[in-house]
Design a protein around this ligand. Structure first.
Ligand code: BGC
Length: 710
């Protein structure tokens, strides 16, 4: 449709009809019992009302959605097609590694392929909008939703956000196999206090703009269609009713012109937060703030009409919101083809197809992080191996937001080893119970693979923990095995960095496998047996203990920085009982190859406004196998009008090196990369001295100095 036609349609609609477009209900209102992601409430609707609403949450399946679309269009006075939105977080039918693992690939191009595959599957099932990616910065692993984030770093999150959005939407999400993407949760949901989900966020203006908004800005620039608000408060105001956040920052400053949707019942929760008097007040504040769709609450449906009729809310605000929704429907091509890509044949062809399963495996090859290796890895098929721990044969390692994935198809570590290495001498004891049988198997083995950590029910929405230590039972299991066999390879599953300093000290090798999706354990088995060279890097720091949280490598000097040597220093900014730094830092991860970095060379040391500095290193793969290396560029602004982080990631290149290959990697340093929010909250660079480092992880000391002149 042409815009003029949409405008004509809008003019023709009654007020109640327009308000119905601003409401989203889940399948429960249509008589379907499916997965609810929030409280189920009675919204006091007439029997026909659900069918006239503008969008539906969580319904899926080509045949079902074609039928539902028919029924909705029939009841909608102008036969406007409905939008079908769903949480397609790390895959639709094929489960990919969870987002924290996608972050650990350090490979935005791979991330794009993942959402592109997910879009193909979900679009075939009739879904129009993915409530994904979640691009909240996560620096606190107590927060169960860090599993859904690509990690602790603003720059990496921004690159991942762009790629994940592009994978869903392509250049034109009206095309076959593409869908609209909705980033979430705006804003700073990852900063909830104490890591407790739904809690308030307290952060400075600088932290908000400098760290938490960066990924949203990047996704908006990449053309994302929708933004979902967050449950938390910012500046003591719930995000969903926060006019400054949604209008001034998102729409005005970032230039977002798409659709804003509340999170599940978040408009009405502003009443429970204590900043709206009642649902009517919440509706008024929310529409004024620029939130277009009310997800599963009665606020808009039961209050907006009276608010407009009483002159409390200008009808113009309703019209603007409806227009944005109509424009989105139009861009999806729904006025011409209300089913879009829904097709039972395509479902058969694409769902859990070989190509996507292969991609799921490839993603895990790059997201699995080798944290320690005393030489025990890779294993050899001739060794006597014991695989111990219930997580070694538990398909609840797919990830809790894989809502539509058939978890019974998830490949476990046991199955992967049996299928891929049938000749290996392996005894499986997939149990956490410390029994004589288990200890005997461990004792007899040359090496024990111990599967520990958390399954998918221990992270995700609402699953926060105050203590992120490895569980007592898994610590006891480790110690029992260690008592009979010290040659242990620990494989950790889970959606958050856990704390396990003693285990890390004792184990001979340590692998962070995250929640690797449907086929990720094939990759894990290949890494264990050396057929894949691991290349994943930590997207979040691994702390020593919960008390260090929140934690990031991009910390500040403080007035009393700790010297580099170990130990406690009185009257210095440090802890008596643990180091300031994490056990394993952001960007860290080993491979089976030694990759040597040359010193950094700069083509010049002074950057003038429009010039560029070329910073290069030469890498050499000293091993006899190929390797993928995530080459990381960090920069420190030595002095600023406000304090600056000790270092910040500013560039990344994941390169493949053949055995023995030497390769020069070059980064261009521009003035724009040095910009930050200065003392007046202006996004500028300040002349002065800088250090850059190019190396393997956030601890690299491979640096060079330069200055910016204006
Ligand atoms: C979550 C969102 C999700 C929504 C719809 C909420 O509880 O916070 O991330 O998209 O439910 O399922």
């Amino acid at each position: 449709m042409k815009i003029a036609e949409l405008e004509k349609l809008l003019k023709d609609m009654s007020l109640s009809e327009k308000i119905e477009q601003l409401v989203q209900l889940h399948g429960g209102f249509f008589g379907h019992i499916d997965t609810y992601t929030g409280p189920v409430v009675d919204l006091k609707l007439t029997p026909d009302q659900p069918y006239r609403t503008g969008s539906v949450l969580g319904e899926h399946g080509a045949a079902h959605l074609k039928d539902l679309q028919d029924r909705m269009m029939e009841k909608q006075p102008h036969h406007i097609p409905a939008l079908f939105m769903a949480d397609v977080i790390h895959g639709y039918k094929t489960g990919f590694p969870v987002p924290i693992a996608i972050g650990s690939t350090f490979d935005p191009e791979l991330a794009e392929k993942i959402t592109s595959a997910a879009a193909k599957e979900a679009a075939a099932a009739g879904v129009h909008v993915a409530f994904s990616p979640m691009i909240d910065l996560a620096r606190d692993s107590r927060w169960g939703r860090c599993m859904e984030s690509t990690g602790e770093d603003p720059w990496l999150n921004a690159r991942m956000a762009e790629s994940l959005v592009k994978g869903f939407q392509g250049d034109d999400f009206g095309k076959k196999g593409k869908m609209a993407s909705c980033i979430k949760h705006f804003a700073a949901y990852g900063a909830v206090q104490g890591g407790r989900d739904y809690n308030v966020a307290e952060l400075s203006e600088h932290t908000l703009f400098e760290d938490y908004l960066v990924s949203y800005r990047a996704a908006v620039k990449a053309g994302v269609s929708m933004v979902m608000t967050a449950f938390n408060t910012i500046d003591r105001q719930p995000c969903t009713t926060n006019k400054r956040l949604l209008r001034d920052i998102l729409r005005e400053d970032m230039g977002f012109d798409g659709v804003v949707i509340s999170d599940y019942a978040a408009i009405s929760e502003s009443v429970t937060h204590g900043s709206s008097n009642d649902n009517g007040d919440a509706a008024k504040k929310s529409i004024e703030a620029g939130c277009d769709i009310d997800m599963v609450s009665e606020c808009y449906l039961q209050n907006l009409e009276a608010l407009v009729n009483d002159g409390e809310v200008p009808e113009r605000l309703i019209d603007e919101a409806v227009m944005r929704i109509l424009v989105l429907k139009n861009k999806l091509g729904l006025f011409e083809n209300p089913y879009k890509d829904a097709s039972e044949e395509d479902e058969k062809e694409y769902h859990f197809c070989e190509e996507h399963r292969k991609l799921s495996r490839e993603a895990a090859e790059e997201s699995t992080v080798l944290l320690k290796n005393n030489g025990v890895l890779p294993l050899c098929e001739k060794q006597k191996i014991a695989v111990v721990g219930s997580l070694a044969d538990d398909n609840e390692i797919t990830g809790s937001w894989a809502l539509f994935v058939d978890k019974s198809q998830t490949v476990t570590l046991k199955r992967a080893i049996e299928e891929l290495y049938p000749n290996a001498d392996v005894t499986f004891v997939p149990s956490d119970e410390i029994t004589e049988n288990m200890l005997a198997a461990a004792e007899k083995a040359d090496v024990v693979i111990l599967a520990l950590g958390e399954n998918q029910t221990e992270s995700g929405e609402s699953f926060s923990k105050a203590d992120i230590s490895l569980s007592k039972s898994h610590t006891e299991l480790f110690n029992a095995v260690y008592g009979v066999n010290k040659n242990i390879v620990t494989v950790l599953f889970g959606g958050r960095p856990l704390a396990f300093p003693e285990l890390a000290e004792k184990t001979n090798a340590l692998i962070e496998a995250w929640l690797p999706g449907s086929c990720g354990c094939y990759a894990l088995a290949d890494i264990l047996f050396g057929n894949v060279n691991p290349s994943g890097r930590l997207s979040m720091s691994m702390p020593y203990c919960s008390g260090q949280l929140p934690l990031s490598y991009a910390a500040f000097s403080t007035g009393r920085p700790k010297p580099k040597t170990d130990g406690f220093y009185p009257f210095i900014s440090n802890y008596m009982d643990v180091p300031n730094v994490p056990l394993y830092p952001f960007g860290y991860g080993l491979s089976y190859s030694e990759v040597k970095y040359s010193a950094v060379s700069l083509d010049k040391n002074v950057l003038k406004n429009n010039s560029k500095i070329k910073a290069s290193v030469t890498l050499e793969n000293k091993s006899d196998r190929s390797v993928k290396e995530a080459v990381q560029l960090y920069i420190r602004d030595i002095k600023g009008s406000v304090v600056r982080p000790l270092r910040e990631l500013k560039g990344l290149q994941k390169v493949s090196l053949e055995a023995g290959e030497k390769r020069t990697v070059t980064f261009e340093i521009t003035e724009y990369m040095l910009r930050f929010y200065d003392i007046n909250m202006q996004f500028v660079s300040e002349p002065g001295d800088f250090t850059l480092w190019i190396g393997h992880d956030s601890l690299t000391e491979n640096g060079a100095d330069f200055s910016l002149e204006k």
